[in-house]
Ligand binder design. Structure first.
Ligand code: ATP
Ligand code: MG
Length: 321
């Protein structure tokens, strides 16, 4: 669990982070968003003591971070950054093995873990293990950075735009991997991102920053439904907010069971979001689609009318702290 109380960071005359407070309960996913220079990276770096805070208190698992040994602390917290910070004179396998080696894992276990991670991140060991960082593309280097952050199975992950340089397909694969990892292994994650769809898709708790301050925080749905300022509204996509809300809801939760009506021409999987369903309707010029399960068996249907009705806020979800 991560708790920040009235935390500030001053660099000389610059107040980079100004009196912010938020909590990430154990196993939850928090996304930090906001315009460039608003203090997101600084906030992340204060949590693993790469940067010392100058005001307030940061508490990890009930203990103030100043009470931890900074080196020990960083070995327990995975940290991935956009420009990767890979060691240039070490090959990929060695880079990924950094923390397990520091923790003195047996060599066999290290090798196995490195192979497993490379596989998971779509970097075949045969091709990439002995390459050096300068021989990698930006996206490949980023994936090595993510693998390194995950290597020692840290209980907490801090990620600073880790997928920035990836194509949409690889990015989505890694987002799915990350959200699966977090759901399965209950990692506590703080992610900094400029990609609002990524933040909305992954986060339990969204923290919006502007000029060093938190301007609003809460669940993605709560923020989409009630942005408290024009700034938050604009950041969340302005007119697109309706679509973004539709992308937080799955078709399976809102379809009508298959009735006596003839199945519609277009079929969509029940795992699709309402936004994807709407997109199919627009693409196929239809107002009704048949919903199928993972075996392609029809299980329901969704009409445009139902979708529009269901996309309306049902309850006021204002969770968060
Ligand atoms: N080491 C430093 N010395 C002085 N000023 C700094 C330092 N690091 C960051 N800053 C300043 O603190 C402010 C916040 O920087 P930070 O890197 O946290 O922003 P950010 O929200 O991560 O921005 P971006 O989205 O562009 O990455 C900026 O004004 C920056 O210039
Ligand atoms: Mg930054």
């Amino acid at each position: 669990m991560i708790e920040l109380y009235n935390v500030s960071k001053r660099f000389g005359d610059t107040l980079a982070v100004d009196d912010i407070s938020f909590t990430v309960p154990e196993g939850k996913f928090c996304a930090l968003v906001g315009t460039s220079g608003c203090g997101k990276s600084t906030t992340l770096r204060m949590i693993n003591r790469l940067t010392a805070h100058t005001g307030g208190e940061i508490v990890l698992d009930g203990q103030a971070i100043n009470a931890y040994d900074p080196v020990q602390l960083r070995r327990r917290i995975g940290y991935a950054i956009q420009d990767t910070g890979l060691f240039p004179h070490w090959n990929v396998a060695r880079n990924i093995a950094t923390v397990p080696r520091l923790l003195k894992w047996p060599a066999g276990r290290v090798r196995q873990r490195v192979d497993e991670l490379m596989q998971m991140l779509g970097l075949p060991a045969a091709e990439f293990a002995s390459k050096y960082p300068h021989q990698l593309s930006g996206g490949q280097a980023q994936r090595v950075g993510v693998a390194r952050a995950l290597a020692a199975d840290p209980y907490m992950l801090l990620m600073d735009e880790p997928f920035g340089a990836l194509d949409p397909i690889t990015r989505e694969t890694l987002q799915t991997m990350l959200s699966g990892l977090q759901a399965r292994l209950h990692k506590t994650v703080v992610l900094v991102t400029h990609d609002m769809d990524e933040a909305l898709r992954l986060a339990d708790h969204l923290v919006v920053m502007r000029e060093g301050k938190i301007v609003q925080q809460g669940s993605p749905l709560a923020l989409l439904q009630k942005p408290e300022s024009e700034f938050v509204n604009a950041l969340l996509g302005g007119l697109e907010r309706g679509l973004k809300q539709a992308s937080l809801t799955r078709v399976r939760d809102h379809m009508t069971p298959l009735g006596a009506m003839l199945p519609a021409h277009s079929r969509i999987p029940d795992r699709y979001t309402l936004r994807q369903a709407l997109s199919v309707m627009l693409r196929d010029h239809c107002e009704r689609v048949t919903v199928v399960d993972q075996h392609d068996v029809p299980v329901g249907e969704l009409s445009l009318r139902k979708l529009v009705k269901k996309a309306r806020p049902e309850k006021d979800d204002a969770s968060g702290s």
